[in-house]
Design a protein around this ligand. Structure first.
Ligand SMILES: *Cc1c(COP(=O)(O)O)cnc(C)c1O
Length: 390
């Protein structure tokens, strides 16, 4: 049996952030600057804030409160529960729920003043019945202009706009659509969608219209309508192919558990897929695919590496250091041979992505996009929010 310990309870009240295996710093000042920049680029259109998926993985409450402080009054979330949570941080804002409403959720939508984005003809019929029974309540209409994801079919929506038998109690406060290729300014399909949506905006004259997310804002004023919806640009990742992101917002770090000397000729990680060609120093970092650091970002031993592109890099002691061998569940191995020996030791943190390693570069190494990396961060991160006036 172990003896009872005499640790002072205060011994456990150290700053968790300083000892966390993985940690995330969110720069809310940068977040606000990015939102204001997108608002500036939206010209006279109002600019919404997009908080879906826990604010792209960075924290719905803190990001929501910061953007509300910055002046955002239109918010989009994906599902009702996100809207309910956001409501406490954005008391008088308009909160749109992008997946619309299911039977059984009416009470929540009315009580928390959430605006369902009606995405299908079934939802439209259901919502008409709801408003007939419970009284008028704002809704938005998503119109499909070529995405084939969510939205009322274009011609049906236009016919509906012109249908004089539409109940007067039914009052959409926004008509919207979504570009499938807004991140690709060269795509002629942007204009095709724009032209379809212009017909919608005319049919629903007098009701505010919204088409563009981050990428669409850069396609020009024709694409702005009354409200823009920038998400990823505000969170500091790439939003137009080949264009630099705005200010980085998130920094993810993993702690170095151990620095190991490994002789030339020995192999690294599962499957022994990497053989060292020199005597090396390896940093064993406590972050793995369970923390959303993708296995496909491995230095070797995953199918994507057959194409010859290198795996991801981390950043420590002013040096970019490559992932070596396979990323594992809780641990990743970086080759730190080129970092001067005195500059790095166990307990230090290595940047997985942030101001020095673009989240999109890690994503590309893993064959994915910044959005997916941010929204996959996992539960183990100790988080710190930097407020603009800190
Ligand atoms: C996610 C989303 C946005 C924001 O998109 P970004 O590319 O992150 O700017 C805007 N509108 C809709 C309907 C969305 O689903």
């Amino acid at each position: 049996m172990t003896e009872p310990t005499d640790f002072d309870s205060d011994d456990f009240l150290g700053d968790e952030f300083d000892i966390a295996p993985v940690r995330l710093t969110v720069d809310l000042g940068a977040l606000i600057d990015n939102w204001r920049e997108m608002a500036r680029r939206s010209g006279p259109a109002a600019t919404a804030a997009i908080l879906k998926a826990d604010a792209y993985g960075l924290g719905l409450e803190d990001c929501g409160a910061a953007l509300y402080e910055a002046g955002a009054r239109d918010f989009f979330v994906a599902v009702m529960q996100e809207g309910v949570t956001l409501r406490s941080y954005a008391p008088d804002a308009r909160i749109y729920v992008l997946s619309g409403i299911w039977p059984g959720q009416e009470k929540q939508f009315y009580e928390h003043g959430l605006v369902p984005v009606i995405v299908s003809e079934e939802q439209l019929a259901f919502w008409m019945a709801v408003t007939a029974e419970h009284g008028d309540h704002p809704c938005a209409l998503q119109i499909d202009t070529g995405f084939n994801r969510l939205g009322l079919p274009l011609e049906e929506a236009i016919a509906f706009a012109e249908d004089v038998s539409r109940p007067a109690s039914f009052s959409p406060v926004l008509v919207m659509s979504h570009l499938h290729s807004g991140d690709n300014p060269a795509s002629p399909l942007n204009r095709t969608q724009l032209e379809s949506f212009q017909r919608v905006a005319v049919a629903f004259e007098g009701i505010p219209a919204s088409l563009s997310a981050s990428g669409g804002i850069f396609l020009g004023p024709d694409y702005h309508f009354d409200l823009t919806r920038p998400g990823i640009a505000v969170y500091g990742a790439e939003f137009v192919n080949g264009m630099q992101a705005l200010k980085p917002v998130a920094k993810a770090e993993g702690r170095i558990l151990q620095i190991r000397e490994a002789p030339s000729g020995s192999t690294v990680s599962y499957g022994a897929t990497h053989q060292l060609s020199r005597n090396s120093r390896l940093a064993i970092v406590s972050a793995g695919y369970a923390d959303g650091y993708p296995r496909s970002a491995s230095g070797s031993g995953v199918p994507i590496r057959a194409g010859g592109t290198p795996g991801a890099f981390g950043f420590v002691a002013n040096t970019r250091v490559p992932v070596i061998g396979r990323v594992t569940m809780d641990l990743t191995i970086f080759d730190v041979t080129d970092v001067p020996e005195g500059d790095i030791r166990a307990g230090d943190y290595i940047e997985l992505f942030g101001p020095n390693i673009m989240v999109d570069d890690v994503a590309r190494a893993a064959g994915t996009i910044g959005y997916e990396l941010l929204t996959s961060l996992g539960l183990r991160y100790e988080r710190r929010y930097i407020y603009p006036d800190d």
